[in-house]
Design a protein. Sequence first.
Length: 258
Amino acid sequence: MAINASSSSPATSAQGNAARPIIVAEKLGKTYRSGKLEVPALRSVSFSVEPGEFVAIVGPSGSGKSTLFYVLGGLTSPTSGSLTIDGADFSRLSDIERTRLRRAKIGFIFQKFNLLPTLSAMGNVEIAHDIANLGAEEKKPLDRALLEHLSDLLGIGGRLEHRPNELSGGEQQRVAIARALISRPSIVLADEPTGNLDTKNSDAVLDMLHKSSREMNQTVLMITHNPEAAQIADRILYMRDGEIVNVERGSRRVAHEA
């Protein structure tokens, strides 16, 4: 049976229940069809997330977590249910409006990095900033102070002129994080961000995601199959067979909080 995971979060408690959820999913369903065959990937998934909250979504392959990632990011539409992002009902938005909201509000971090191979690390960050500005009424210049801050935190300051094939896997993922954060999105969606990394680089990536939530008040949703990595989050939603089957609090402390 599906569990409604719309419980209160640390962000809510700290603000006296005044914070409006930035993400509200109500009975989300997604069914893929191939001829007469129907395969349900999401089954009546409901939960909410507060601004600045770090939520991990955990489950084995085929549990529906990746489908949920694409629905939350506006990359695919649910078959049923509703999704509200920062007060905007996705179902009532046109494709153009949904694209604009995604550019303005959401930063993506993918397991396979998805860096453009012909551009330097700096070029990958700059193009992400330019894309976020598309359609904006007021064009914002690249925030050089933020870029320097992110580069220092991520340890890539001396690597920005290098192309992806000249960077290690850990460096590429850290560039991907800088790319996702450079436009100051309200929401960061991370899809298995440590899946291709060793333990040292995994810890660095998780620490950075934690810092972006705490220091920049960004809402982070991390999809992972690794329950241990998920412990860094404020709240953990466990998925199986397209449903949320359990909800727990994270318990892992990061190095800068020790």
